[in-house]
Design a protein around this ligand. Sequence first.
Ligand code: AMP
Length: 396
Amino acid sequence: MPFDSLGLAEPVLRAIGEMGYVDPTPIQEQAIPLVLAGRDVIGSAQTGTGKTAAFGLPILSLLKSHGPFRCLVLEPTRELAGQVDAAFRDYAKHTDLSICLLHGGVGYGPQRQALAAGADIIIATPGRLLDYLDQGTFHLKSVEFLVLDEVDRMLDMGFLPDVRRIAGFCPSKKQVLLFTATLPPEIERLAAWTLRDPATIEIGLRRSPAETVRHFFYPVAMDQKFDLLLAILEALHYESVLIFTRTKMAADRISDRLIAHEHRVAVLHSDRSQAERTQALAGFKSGKYEVMVATDLASRGLDVVGISHVINYDVPESPDDYIHRIGRTGRAEAEGDALTLITADDVRAIHAIEHAVGKRIPRQKLENFPYHYTTMLEDHPIPKSAVRPKFGRRRR
Ligand code: AMP
């Protein structure tokens, strides 16, 4: 079904035509007619499926004329809010609707000005939005569309009480669209409280990262982790690599050491200023940095095309985090490799990960690396025929 038969407004169709969107994605095909018909929607779809346009295009089509604060989109992280803001600006470029991005980590001045000007659409993270609501800088009494995006992530981050409070500031008559990858009881309760007779759409078409990504474990002694990482980066045939550490301190330390070895590295974690985070992400997307070192902050939702490898420098705390981290590669079914360094401390965590991905993950040994002894190297003999990640020296 082509886009122009879905009932979208002409300026919106023109914008997406110019962006090269030809056919709607499955979630767009399902969601757009429902939203245009005024239905509340629960969508179980992840970032990367075209979800932003699935709610953005019909909302922009329905908003038509001006009126302050008529659409509110809530996002769990600053990065996601920034991404959705950029997409809305593209989709709305032939309309005269104004958009205001509110999140923490940046000054209040420009945000206050945009609010005073009465933006039609607000895209926000919960904390900063509540600051303004509590200060009485603006109100949500005229909200007609409320989008709760990545709600499972909001739950993980402890934001659900804030989300409830914010929804409570909105009028009871509004259209609510809720997107979440999972529906635990807390989210079901939120949905029952906030949505009216919602239509449910599920996008099961995208294969899970657990299936599309090739997984490898690299056993190593604790004192050789960094050396092995360096040797892997030297040998690996990669486009761009995302390296995950468990702590912010480790992220800083690893990136400093990689920079000392002449890698072009960006760092992303929550202690970096917003300007640094934006710059790191933009530089990684543009290719200025070939490596990004991040904490789990970056493991959900980020839309960076072409990450060829994810390296888990530290084994993630939960299998869920593993799935989210590796989901940054192999997006849209492109091929991707996930390499995880494992030490003797990680035995329990690696079994949980294998259970979560539903298969045994092959152990790998890097050729010509001067391994120190660790029981991990003995535990799991590496078959000669094992599939290996692509090695070779080719960088962009
Ligand atoms: P999202 O799931 O909203 O993060 O979108 C993932 C990516 O797909 C973004 O880069 C969008 O610009 C792109 N995209 C969304 N819908 C379409 C479409 N119908 N055709 C082509 N690209 C799309």
